[in-house]
Design a binder for this molecule. Structure first.
Ligand code: AMP
Ligand code: TRP
Length: 326
């Protein structure tokens, strides 16, 4: 059975881009593969965080992931900092990737240049080495992520291949899995940029948003001055984004769905309805889980123990092959 691994940062609220780009795929894959999912709190430290807020977001994100359908009996769900092999292997990864390769990462360039980022931590730069450690520690075959993570999975493959050729066969070389519809959900107000945790407001639909507010956000979504419904990302980014969201939420195909609409109004209304139908039960389940954080912490601890049992063996192999004492 193929091994699946993916991670998500506990920073900001979970939004529709996360869900359609990655997390719904996680839910699906847990039934088909041997799946491991991680709340990557160490990655969140690359940008300055309030300690209490970080702890609360970590638990909340785990609860949201369970609410969308991850079942701790079907997959391993754990928090990165509870498995010490992650930062340990990350150092070996840092010594296997070059400064030049890390400098080419677009996520680093974006985040380090963002307005308001006064302190660019070294961790923000070496972040992909920790991500490679996350993935390689589990002999991962498949990494389900949104399109923005393609480059990070590619650098992980390069690191694995380099390590294997320098020190002998050590790591499985993983592949990314990117969904067809929803791989890149764009901001509803600025459809030329991706929906993101850092862009608060009318363009981002959060999983825990009030349902009425979601309806409004879709009603006000930016389209264009034509009136034809057509899937054309270049010429019609706003309308194409709505079609992608509708397709992602209902399992359809954006270009085919376009044929069913002549006006923007009904497209917006149907997209809002599909998103609300998707989110309503998730919100309900989340409310129940949020009432008992101690139970979530217990489940996460069990997940970490299962993850560590696998990571330990792979780290030992990597240390042995590179010449460290055991
Ligand atoms: P992040 O929110 O950056 O921790 O990303 C968590 C997961 O959600 C990753 O697999 C991303 O590729 C995916 N993701 C984040 N934003 C979007 C988006 N706007 N569209 C599609 N996928 C996304
Ligand atoms: N860098 C990813 C993001 O920002 C999160 C992440 C960390 C991840 N480690 C991972 C994703 C391992 C997949 C596999 O979205």
């Amino acid at each position: 059975m193929a091994r699946v691994f993916s991670g998500i940062q506990p920073s900001g609220d979970l939004h529709l881009g996360n869900l359609l780009g990655a997390n719904l795929n996680w839910v699906k894959m847990q039934h088909e593969h041997d799946s491991i999912y991680c709340v990557v709190d160490l990655h969140a430290l690359t940008l300055l965080k309030d300690p209490e807020a970080l702890r609360a977001s970590t638990i909340q994100l785990a609860q949201l992931l369970i609410a969308i359908g991850l079942d701790p009996e079907q997959c391993i769900l754990f928090v990165q900092s509870q498995v010490p092999q992650h930062p340990q292997l990350a150092w070996l990864m840092e010594c296997t990737v070059s400064y030049g390769e890390l400098s080419r990462m677009t996520a680093f360039k974006d985040k380090s240049n963002r307005d308001g980022t006064k302190f660019v931590s070294a961790g923000l730069f070496t972040y992909p080495a920790l991500q490679a450690a996350d993935i390689l520690l589990y002999d991962t075959d498949l990494v389900p992520v949104g399109d923005d993570q393609r480059q990070h999975v590619e650098i992980t493959r390069d690191i694995a291949e380099r390590y294997n050729s320098r020190y002998g066969d050590t790591f499985v070389v993983p592949q990314h899995v990117i969904p067809e519809a929803g791989a890149r959900v764009m901001d509803l107000q600025h459809p030329e940029r991706k929906m993101s945790k850092s862009e608060e407001g009318a363009g981002t639909v959060n999983v825990l948003d009030d349902l009425k507010a979601i309806e409004k956000k879709f009603k006000r979504a930016v389209t264009d001055s034509e009136s034809e419904v057509r899937f054309d990302i270049e010429a019609k980014p706003g309308v194409s984004n709505l079609l992608s969201i509708l397709a992602g939420a209902t399992g359809g195909d954006p270009a085919t769905l376009a044929d069913q609409y002549e006006q923007y109004g009904p497209l917006k209304a149907d997209t809002a309805a599909a998103v609300i139908a998707l989110l309503e039960p998730i919100q309900q389940r989340y409310k129940e889980l949020a009432a008992d954080p101690a139970e979530t912490e217990r489940l996460l601890r069990l997940g970490a123990d299962k993850a560590e049992a696998i990571a330990e063996g792979v780290l030992a192999r990597a240390k042995q092959n590179i010449g460290l004492l055991s």
